[in-house]
Write a protein that binds this ligand. Structure first.
Ligand code: GMT
Length: 373
């Protein structure tokens, strides 16, 4: 197939999924065209079938806001026409599904089919924002096929938008050959020289990630066992996280690593990952941690329970209940046998259910199904 993919290319779950999918599809022999303003994250190697088309936006004094979405729609139409694309795959509804729709209208007869993958905040936050609501609903309904990264998100979409469109749940995936346990990791000794337990958090530090709950849970865990907290990522809550760490006198035990490119080399050193989000349609960071044999504590009202089996590969608990999160975390960290059991289960559950080849095949099948309509 000849497939165009557009996404938010910078750090963020949807960009990661879009680029990993593009790479995997190209490796399986499809011709893949990535269209965006920057080379998407994780595209770090040359592949014969993988093309990148940069969207340029002219700066003109009249434009207070440069019209990126129009430039993207025009580029999608140009690429689709030149390369005779079969389909356009939009990751994250706003603005990508809308741009694909515009490109299809511009192309008229013979235009590619459009598949939109909803990732989370495009529905739970952005899409339900009054100013974006109607255009999000319209763009979803105008797609030929829609996928959601969890059942939780599909339910949220139906509840929020009441849309009538073919929708498939296709979970996110991970390359389990790259993301795997690594007991020999040298980095562990640098972070925890005295054999401390390592608790981790990975995100874009937005308010919905509840960074305060991460720090508070760690504070309680640390009062029960000697441990370190590794914070990976950057975003608006970073400064307040640093302040909280100072306020709790935790500075010596918390390391802020900033954004990291190859977290498959960092995750395996962890003993526990905390993801106490207010909204989380899936939790790609949690999946990557589980693949590395790291148990996860996350929130129960989100999509996280679809990948974290409560009491087996981690715990899913109520939003804001940092006391129970710390209690469960501490139980796990102070019982090596139980931790080993959780760690092995975590790894196995990912290999069985979220392995890259298996999920990419589901996308291929869905593409075929939509193209045959
Ligand atoms: O909101 C974010 O955290 C970033 C966002 C994105 O689109 O880049 O992540 C969403 O998509 C990821 C990939 O499908 C999911 O793993 C995340 O759970 C989801 N984030 C939220 O729902 C908050």
């Amino acid at each position: 197939m000849r497939i165009g993919i557009t996404c938010h290319p910078v750090t963020g779950g949807s960009g990661v999924v879009a680029s990993e999918l593009g790479i995997a599809l190209a490796e399986r022999g499809h011709q893949v065209h990535l269209v965006s303003y920057e080379l998407p994250v994780r595209v770090d190697r040359f592949l014969e079938n993988l093309y990148y088309h940069q969207v340029e936006v002219s700066v003109y004094p009249l434009f207070k806001y440069p019209p990126y979405t129009l430039a993207l729609a025009a580029k999608l139409a140009e690429v689709a026409k030149t390369w005779k694309l079969d389909l356009l795959h939009a990751h994250y509804a706003i603005p990508h599904a809308t741009c694909c729709y515009l490109a299809r209208v511009m192309l008229g007869d013979g235009a590619p089919k459009i598949i939109t993958t909803l990732h989370g905040t495009d529905i739970t936050l952005v899409g339900s924002d009054k100013s974006f609501y109607e255009i999000t609903k319209f763009s979803i309904e105008a797609s030929d096929g829609v996928t959601c990264v969890s059942n939780y998100l599909k339910e949220e979409m139906c509840r929020e938008f009441d849309v009538c469109v073919d929708t498939r749940v296709i979970y996110n995936f991970v390359d389990t050959d790259r993301y795997k346990p690594d007991g020999s990791c040298e980095f562990r000794r640098n972070i925890a020289p005295n054999g401390e337990k390592i608790v981790m958090h990975v995100s874009n530090f937005r308010p919905l990630k509840r960074i305060g709950d991460v720090v508070d849970t760690f504070r309680l865990i640390r009062s029960g066992t000697s441990s370190k907290l590794l914070m990976i990522g950057e975003g608006p809550e970073l400064a307040s996280a640093r302040e909280l760490v100072a306020q709790y006198h935790l500075k010596d035990d918390v390391v802020f690593l900033g954004n990291q490119e190859n977290i498959e080399h960092i995750l395996p050193i962890g003993d526990l990952l905390l993801l106490p989000s207010e909204h989380e349609s899936f939790g790609l960071a949690a999946l990557e941690a589980l693949a590395c044999g790291v148990p996860v504590i996350g929130t129960s009202h989100t999509g996280i329970p679809e990948l974290v089996d409560n009491g087996k590969s981690g715990y899913t608990l109520p939003l804001g209940d940092t006391e129970t999160m710390a209690k469960k975390g501490l139980e796990l960290l102070s019982n090596p046998e139980k931790h080993k059991r959780f760690s092995e289960y975590a790894r196995k559950s990912v290999v069985d259910r979220f392995q890259q080849d298996m999920i990419v095949k589901q996308y291929e099948d869905y593409y075929e199904e939509i193209l045959a309509k």
